[in-house]
Structures are given as C-alpha cells and as structure tokens.
Ligand binder design. Sequence first.
Ligand SMILES: [Zn+2]
Length: 66
Amino acid sequence: MGNESKPRVEPLRKPRECPECGRPSTRENYPFCSDRCRQLDLSRWLTGSYAIPVAEDESKPDSEEY
Ligand SMILES: [Zn+2]
C-alpha cells in the first residue's frame, strides 16, 4: 500500500506592490517589480532623501538696542 503524502503546497502570498510603479513585485527583485525600479529607488535614496539638513550656525551679531 502506497500511502503517498502529497507535497505541501505553500500558499502563495499576495505579491507586494512595487513602491516605484505599483506593479506586483517579482521574486528576483523583491520588493520591486524589476531591476529598473530597484535601481531607481536606490538612486533616489542616495540622492534625494539622503540629504541631511545642515545645521546653520547662527552667528548673528546681537542687535544692540539703546
Ligand atoms: Zn516597479
């Protein structure tokens, strides 16, 4: 008697949407849909949001009032 156990099929998770274009992401470029979007997000991260506001030194002379 061959009591074969069926291979457990993992439930497919709902594909995550690409943060760039909104398309369903692929397995290779998760969580992006393509390498293009991944590079796009990477470049944006490095250039855009990477900018840190520089603290300006307030060296204003005291306004002398009589
Ligand atoms: Zn995309």
